[in-house]
Design a protein around this ligand. Structure first.
Ligand code: MN3
Length: 251
């Protein structure tokens, strides 16, 4: 079934598989080796490399670093909110995803490919990993202000003014019932729009390109704003939003 090849050739195949993230092929390579001297030594090397790469590259999705310090958005978002929202909630989605995907067809997929093809718990956790990473980047220390350039033009074309866009975004985010996400997206025709989505909704599953989002789950604002979602959304628009990030996504 498998032809024993030279050590050099086996390593070449092994490295190709590692970089293609084909975990299953590495396992097969290990299984086919037998107890004669050469193949036994080779199999030990393969096991070592396989485990190393499974843990560090192949299997695990990781919690990305925040793009700023946990106190960088204070007083608008407290370090305590990041203690929970980032270090507990976001981290839990990563852990859940890594626990759900081994031995499934999703084990070797990128996060984006999982989101586009999975459903149920795997989809929910993968989408929440991606959404939160995106959301952290939608805010910046000394954020707020106004969009510029092509994005400002598209916003003015859609809503007439940035002020009217902000009013529309505020109304959508406040009116997004229950737990969910409110997005500014770029449509296929190049125009922009506001889209409300549910608990793990993400534009990666639609034809829209995400430009900006706000997390309106209660865990996003309850520590700092209690039940006052309107104040959280208006603070996001006035003092936190990272228009440079949104413009880069629009380009
Ligand atoms: Mn959240």
């Amino acid at each position: 079934m498998y032809q024993l090849v030279s050590v050099e050739a086996a390593y070449e195949v092994m490295l190709e598989n590692i970089f293609a993230k084909k975990k299953r092929l590495l396992t097969q390579t290990y299984c086919m080796t037998s107890a004669n001297g050469l193949s036994y030594a080779l199999s030990l090397e393969l096991i070592t490399v396989k485990h190393y790469f499974q843990e560090d590259f192949i299997m695990a999705h990781s919690l990305p670093d925040l793009p700023y310090a946990k106190d960088a958005l204070a007083p608008h978002i407290s370090p305590e909110t990041f203690d929970f929202h980032y270090e507990k909630h976001h981290a839990a989605y990563v852990t859940n995803l890594n626990n759900l995907i081994p031995d499934t067809g999703y084990a070797d997929m990128s996060l984006e490919d999982i989101i586009k093809s999975a459903d149920g718990g795997i989809y929910n956790n993968a989408a929440q990993v991606w959404n939160h990473t995106f959301f952290w980047n939608c805010m910046a220390p000394n954020g707020g202000g106004e969009p510029t350039g092509a994005l400002a033009d598209a916003i003015n074309a859609k809503w007439g003014s940035v002020a009217d866009f902000k009013a529309a975004f505020q109304a959508s985010a406040v009116g997004n019932f229950g737990s969910g996400w409110t997005w500014l997206v770029k449509k296929a025709d190049g125009s922009v729009d506001i889209v409300n989505m549910g608990p793990a909704g993400t534009p990666l599953t639609t034809g829209d390109k995400p430009l900006l989002c706000i997390d309106v789950w209660e865990h996003a604002y309850y520590i700092d704003y209690r039940n006052a979602r309107p104040k959280f959304v208006s603070t996001f628009l006035e003092s936190l939003v990272n228009w440079d990030f949104a413009s880069a996504n629009f380009a």
